[in-house]
Design a protein around this ligand. Structure first.
Ligand SMILES: NC(=O)c1ccc[n+]([C@@H]2O[C@H](COP(=O)([O-])OP(=O)(O)OC[C@H]3O[C@@H](n4cnc5c(N)ncnc54)[C@H](O)[C@@H]3O)[C@@H](O)[C@H]2O)c1
Length: 255
């Protein structure tokens, strides 16, 4: 993070699933870029530890994105701490059935993926909407950033439930952008490729090799590759960009 520093000065953000992984990277990068960030997660221990590490600019809120009651309570607490809301990153998601063929996915696993990855985006975006609308009316560059996945763009095998959920997130990005555009709220998505990190340690080496081979840029993907793109899309500089899905994947899939 150098040239993007302070693009989010004084912005009030909520990031779901920010206790670890990419969400944690988004939270750290947004704070570095000048924002105040609420870390919303089911993992209280890691979420609180991150908030403590980030100091006055961050606050932890317990939130299960798949539960309407939890989302409403968490959003209320977040907005109170932030004094409003200018931006939302819908990052929380589960893979759950990763590695399994379609025939091996258990029904409750399938349902839980849809609840967290699709319903969660809907519930949190709905809860954020009135606050984002108020921010936009006050002249702030209000926006939602959904975290999709490039697996939905090329149909990764042994990941069908997750891939389907991320396809839905892409479609929701388009639909939400049209619905919320009238309120001055932009909605975009990034579609990361396979990022090096805790959640992808289970991924077989053959899949890592496949990604490396297929990328135009021949290196491993790091969280920072995603955070810089996220900061741009949340910033006022992307003020006329909405309804877009930006693959951030070293050119593995191209639009
Ligand atoms: N890591 C990758 O290679 C990759 C690639 C493409 C897209 N993505 C997407 O990026 C996002 C982050 O992925 P990651 O790899 O960092 O995942 P991760 O598993 O490391 O982190 C996910 C976070 O979400 C939280 N979470 C899970 N269920 C939740 C719920 N119901 N409510 C609130 N929080 C919940 C977890 O506690 C965790 O902190 C996801 O949307 C994922 O689909 C990741």
């Amino acid at each position: 993070m150098t040239q993007l520093t302070l693009l989010l000065q004084n912005r009030r953000l909520l990031i779901t699933g920010a206790a670890r992984g990419l969400g944690q990277a988004f939270a750290k990068a947004c704070v570095q870029a000048g924002a105040k960030a609420v870390i919303a997660d089911v993992d209280t221990q890691r979420g609180k530890a991150l908030a403590q590490e980030l100091g006055d600019a961050a606050y932890f809120v317990a939130m299960d994105v798949a539960s309407r009651a939890s989302v409403q309570a968490g959003m209320q607490e977040a907005v109170q701490w932030l004094g409003g809301l200018d931006g939302l990153i819908n990052n929380a998601a589960i893979t759950n059935s990763g590695g399994k063929m379609m025939s091996e996915i258990e029904e409750d696993m399938f349902d839980r993926v849809m609840q967290v990855n699709i319903k969660g985006v809907w519930l949190v975006s709905n809860a954020a909407h009135p606050h984002l609308k108020a921010a936009a009316a006050a002249g702030v560059a209000a926006s939602i950033l959904n975290i999709a996945s490039d697996t939905a763009l090329w149909g990764a095998p042994r990941l069908m439930a997750y891939v389907a959920s991320k396809g839905a997130v892409i479609s929701m990005t388009h639909s939400m952008a049209r619905e919320l555009g009238g309120d001055g709220i932009r909605v975009n998505a990034i579609a990361p490729g396979l990022v090096v990190g805790e959640s992808t340690e289970y991924v077989p080496q053959a899949r890592h090799d496949q990604y490396m081979e297929g990328r135009a840029l021949k290196r491993a993907q790091q969280p920072q590759d995603c955070t810089d793109a996220a900061i741009f899309l949340l910033s006022a500089g992307a003020g006329f960009v909405t309804g877009q899905v930006l693959p951030v994947n070293g050119g593995y899939v191209m639009n």
